[in-house]
Structures are given as structure tokens and as C-alpha cells.
Design a protein around this ligand. Structure first.
Ligand SMILES: Cc1cc2nc3c(=O)[nH]c(=O)nc-3n(C[C@H](O)[C@H](O)[C@H](O)COP(=O)(O)OP(=O)(O)OC[C@H]3O[C@@H](n4cnc5c(N)ncnc54)[C@H](O)[C@@H]3O)c2cc1C
Length: 558
């Protein structure tokens, strides 16, 4: 295969063949890359720069039962309770028992968690029965990602491809094995071959208008894997964080649960601590309960609930404690004109974490041989219907460590390669329509598949999403993503082609995940964890099963 040329100034050549390709450079992708045996040549593909992703934005921390008064058993119990009957207990056991080793490894690598009298400091978060959340001020994710990134850059067997977007998975026509990806890089679509592909592409929060997720969270891994025929699971379960900053013009910046853990109150515009009207644990009830409490309270009390908000009052916390624990939150709020020491912080719920994902076994293997998934894009079974706070960074690290034992089969010899073709890459009219859809879809999803769902709203949204999917499938630009023949490389001459293809690819992915989420949410006629239906408000024993999707088939697990 011909090598790709890089966009770096040195114009070094980049291989088109690796032993293993890792897609995504959040905590999951970075740690997985570092755990892979060093004799493998690894390609780390990431669609922005190395550090951009939800991991870098994680604030609260990472959970691990390392305190003598705590135990993996207690951590297990809390995780299972939060998961509302849908956790895979073996996977959770694996998670909590390996948590202390994962932390030890991060500390050895140089992650500087906060300490108290020399020992690792731990805080309490909602639904944890013990203080077990390790943190590095309120930028824990950044501390982890920065350390892992530095390690990745030191390793000669890892080649990093930044600003490189994985477009599709490449399956062997006879064996069905995943043998690589198609990639948009440097204004060109190429085919990268590998003996194994690891998807670590993160979540899909951008499908919702209100989300704490960064721009890269467009559900690419789930969409690519589903289109390639992999089994995906429990896609109806989405966690809505109760407290995202809600101010005109400001992003939905997350105000960590730890703020309430430290003693902040949640109040309405009359100063009422209304959360106790909805649950005895008040503002420290599980996330879905607090999110629904805010949602319901605003529905009752506000003329325009979609734009309304409640407030976090940090004044019950000692000012020095606020300074020590939440420097980043202080800074961001200050940037948006809020002094947390004497003013209330306007907040409302926002889409935060996708529990569903690509179904994997304990070795991170999907239903497609040669294809692995890890981190938020995977469904390992540890989060069930609702994630326990601070378990997701932990999941990234614990499950990625399994790659130290990966065994891959050698890649089959190269077949005939199609000659590369050149295209202009204009598609102005199509792109305008795609941009409109990209604008409309998250609003539709927020209204129909948000915190409270009903059959009729979701069915209407589904019809709309189906129309958009059909419309896009007919666009010329989409053919390069959906129908390009394997090994057919395409070089685009227009300098803006890459950007347009990226918008198109991400919109196709968002539409596919919206379709999958809506259909799964219609399919599950009960309420559980992150899936709440006002027309089926109860949790039903016969629905204590997973939703499995393969192609157009929706089934429950046995
Ligand atoms: C604001 C916020 C705060 C959070 N706080 C916490 C917390 O305190 N504790 C906790 O445990 N969890 C927290 N979470 C959740 C946690 O951060 C995420 O679940 C976790 O970091 C996901 O890691 P990841 O590696 O799977 O994905 P990410 O970190 O999102 O990384 C995904 C990577 O994939 C790349 N990518 C995506 N698609 C493609 C593609 N098609 N081609 C190439 N590259 C691609 C992206 O560029 C990115 O590099 C928080 C989440 C948010 C948004």
C-alpha cells in the first residue's frame, strides 16, 4: 500500500498498515495504546488534536475503593444499585476489584492526584456509600490525559495521526474480520489496514441540544460499528447531568456533583431547596432523580421550561474549601460573570453520559472478529441503565489494561489495490442542507428523547430522522462515506473538501445514533435508570433485560 503523507511541516510519510489501529485519544484510547505490547506498530487516529475529548473535561474524579474503611464489595454494591438492575455483575466485579491497581498505575505514571497528609485524598459523590473519588482539584481528567499523552509521545512504536477522521470500518469480504478503516486525512480518503481495530471514540452527547459533551462526541464509534454489522446494546439509556451552567451564550459547562457533595444547595428562584420534595436524599439523590426533579419543577413553575433554570448555591461551603476544590469552576463562572462566593449559579440538566454502546465481552471484543471497543463507546455492562458517578474514567483505565494480553492474527497479504482517483469536492448546496439538519436534529432529540419521553413524541421524531437519513443517503458527498469501494483512495482538490466531508460524516453518524436511540427507547416500554417514559413510568421485572440491536433487528437479551 502507498504511504500517506502527513500534514506536519516535515511531510514525513505515514504508514497505511499497522498491527493495531486505535481510533480516539481520550483516556480509553491513550491508555489502551500504552498497554498494547510494544512490539506492535500502533496507529493512533484522532479527529482533533490528541487531548480533545470528554476525558480532558472530566472534573469530579475517578472512583476506587482504596480507603481502609472502604472495600471493592461496597463499590460493587453502589454500582449495581445505580445501574437499576441492568449491570453485568461479573463486569462490575472486574471493574471494582481492578480499580486499586489502575490507580496505582496512574500514580506511577505521574498523575498527581490530590493528597491529604500524604495520602490520596478522597471525596464523596452522590450514590457512593463511602468517600472514594480521587481527584486532581476539579480537573482530574486533564491531569490523567496530560500524563498519558506525554507517555504516548515518548513511544517509538506509536504513530499519531491527528486531525484524522475514521469514516468507516473495513471488513474482509470472505472472513468478515475487521481489517482496517477508511480515513479522512489531509484532504484524502485512504484505507488503513490492521490486524485489529480498537474503537475508543467516546460518547454521543452532541445528538442533544443541551449537553456537557465536547464537539467531538458525535457517536462515531457506535454508528461505524452498527453500519459494519456489530451488535450494539442499551442505546436508550442516556444519563442527564442535573447541573450544567445555563446562561445565554455560555456552553453547558458542567458544575460537578462534587459541589453538591461538598454541601452546595440546589434552589429555585424563590430560594426553596425543592429537591427534597422529589426524593428524601434531596440534592444528593441519584443523577436521574435530581435531573427529573429539576425538569418537573421547571415544568410546574416556569412559563418557558425549555429555557428556564434553577440555581446552585455554593455559599454553605467554606470559601477556602471552594478555592481548594473548585478552582476551574470558579474561573469558568467568573468568565461568564458569576461570582460563586456571593452569587447563585444558574443551572439546568444536560445530556452527559451514554450508558449504551457497542456490545463487548470482558476482553473488549465486539461481535465482529478483529474489532474491539473501549471507553464510553463500548457497552461492557458496568453501568447498566445508569452510571455511578466517577466510574467511567475508571472503566476506561481498567478495561484498557486488558490490551496488554491482546493476541492478533497477522494481516492477510495485500490484494489488488484500486487506483487512486481525484475529485473536486465542492457540494455547496448539499452541505448547506446538511448543516441545517445538523442544527435541527439536536433540538428534536432534546425535545423527544430527553429527560421525559413518550411514545408519540419519539415516533414523530423517528419519522423525521428517517426522512433526513434518506435525504442524506442520496447526496453525492455521502457516497464517499457510505459506498466507497474498499482500497479506493480519493484525493480532493478543493481545499475545503475535508471540512465538508467531516461535517457530512459526523451528521450521518448523529442521524444514525438518533435513529438507534429513538427506536430503542420506543422499544423499551418501561422506565429504568436513564430512560424515563411518562407513558410507562414504572420499572418492570420483565424488562430487566438488555436491548440488543444488530442491523434492523431489535431484540431483548435472554
Ligand atoms: C464535562 C464532563 C465531565 C465529566 N466528569 C467525569 C468525572 O469526573 N469522572 C468520570 O469518571 N467521568 C466523567 N465524565 C465522563 C468521562 O469523562 C467520559 O465518559 C470518558 O472520559 C470517556 O472517555 P473516552 O476515552 O471513551 O472518550 P473521549 O475522552 O471523549 O475521547 C474520544 C476520542 O475519540 C476521538 N474520536 C471520536 N470520533 C472519532 C473518529 N471518527 N475518528 C477519529 N477520532 C475520533 C475524539 O477526538 C477523542 O480523541 C465527564 C464527562 C464530561 C463531558
Amino acid at each position: 500500500m502507498k504511504p500517506l503523507s502527513s500534514n506536519s511541516s516535515s511531510e514525513q510519510e505515514i504508514s497505511c498498515q499497522f498491527d493495531i489501529i486505535v481510533v480516539g485519544s481520550g483516556a480509553a484510547g491513550l491508555y489502551a495504546t500504552l498497554c498494547l505490547p510494544e512490539h506492535f506498530q500502533v496507529g493512533l487516529v484522532t479527529k482533533d488534536t490528541l487531548k480533545i475529548g470528554a476525558s480532558d473535561w472530566a472534573q469530579g474524579g475517578i472512583a476506587a475503593a482504596i480507603d481502609p474503611k472502604d472495600s471493592p464489595k461496597l463499590h460493587l454494591g453502589d454500582t449495581l444499585r445505580a445501574g437499576a438492575g441492568l449491570c453485568d455483575s461479573q463486569a462490575v466485579k472486574f471493574l471494582v476489584e481492578n480499580a486499586p491497581t489502575a490507580i496505582e498505575s496512574l500514580v506511577k505514571m505521574g498523575v498527581a492526584f490530590d493528597r491529604k497528609q500524604g495520602k490520596l485524598a478522597m471525596t464523596l459523590e452522590a450514590a457512593h456509600s463511602r468517600p472514594r473519588v480521587l481527584h486532581a482539584a476539579d480537573t482530574t481528567g486533564r491531569a490523567i490525559v496530560t500524563t498519558l499523552t506525554a507517555k504516548v509521545l515518548e513511544r517509538p512504536n506509536i504513530q499519531v495521526l491527528s486531525q484524522a477522521l475514521a469514516l468507516s470500518l473495513w471488513r474482509h469480504p470472505q472472513t468478515g474480520r475487521c481489517q482496517g478503516i477508511s480515513l479522512l486525512y489531509n484532504n484524502k480518503i485512504s484505507w488503513l489496514k490492521a490486524a485489529a481495530v480498537i474503537l475508543a471514540t467516546g460518547g454521543g452527547g452532541k445528538v442533544y441540544a443541551q449537553t456537557t459533551n465536547p464537539g467531538v462526541s458525535t457517536g462515531d464509534g457506535v454508528a461505524l460499528a452498527w453500519r459494519a454489522g456489530a451488535i450494539v446494546r442499551d442505546l436508550e439509556f442516556f444519563q442527564f447531568h442535573p447541573t450544567a451552567l445555563t446562561k445565554p451564550g455560555a456552553p453547558h459547562f458542567l458544575i460537578s456533583e462534587a459541589v453538591r457533595g461538598e454541601g452546595a444547595h440546589l434552589v429555585d428562584d424563590r430560594g426553596n431547596r425543592f429537591a427534597f420534595d422529589y426524593h428524601e436524599a434531596g440534592e444528593l439523590a441519584p443523577r436521574d432523580v435530581v435531573s427529573r426533579a429539576i425538569f418537573s419543577h421547571l415544568q410546574k413553575t416556569s412559563p418557558d421550561p425549555d429555557k428556564a433554570h434553577v440555581y446552585l448555591d455554593l455559599r454553605p461551603i467554606d470559601a477556602d474549601r471552594i478555592r481548594y476544590r473548585f478552582p476551574n469552576i470558579i474561573q469558568v463562572c467568573e468568565h461568564w460573570g458569576i461570582d460563586v462566593f456571593c452569587e447563585l449559579v444558574p443551572v439546568a440538566p444536560a445530556a452527559h453520559y451514554w450508558m449504551g454502546g457497542i456490545a463487548v465481552d470482558t476482553k473488549n471484543l465486539t461481535s465482529i472478529p478483529g474489532l474491539y471497543a473501549i471507553g464510553e463507546t463500548a457497552s461492557t455492562g458496568v453501568h447498566g441503565a445508569n452510571r455511578l458517578a466517577s466510574n467511567s474514567l475508571l472503566e476506561c483505565i481498567v478495561f484498557a489494561a486488558e490490551f496488554a494480553r491482546i493476541q492478533v492474527e497477522p494481516i492477510a497479504a495485500d490484494g489488488e489495490e484500486l487506483p487512486s482517483i481525484e475529485r473536486e469536492g465542492d457540494w455547496e448546496e448539499e452541505i448547506n442542507q446538511i448543516k441545517e439538519i445538523r442544527e435541527e436534529l439536536p433540538k428534536l432529540m432534546w425535545q423527544s428523547a430527553g429527560i421525559c419521553r413518550t411514545h408519540s413524541a419519539m415516533q414523530e421524531a423517528l419519522d423525521r430522522v428517517q426522512c433526513w437519513r434518506k435525504q442524506l443517503a442520496n447526496f453525492r458527498i455521502c457516497q464517499y462515506i457510505l459506498n466507497l469501494a474498499p482500497t479506493q483512495a480519493v484525493q480532493f482538490n478543493s481545499p475545503h473538501a475535508e471540512n465538508k466531508l467531516r461535517i457530512c460524516a459526523e451528521t450521518l453518524n448523529l442521524l444514525d445514533i438518533a435513529y438507534l436511540m429513538l427506536k430503542s427507547a420506543v422499544f423499551r416500554t418501561e422506565s429504568r435508570g436513564g430512560h424515563y417514559r411518562t407513558d410507562y413510568p414504572h420499572t418492570l421485572p420483565n424488562w430487566q433485560v438488555h436491548t440488543l440491536v444488530e442491523g434492523e433487528s431489535w431484540q431483548i437479551s435472554s
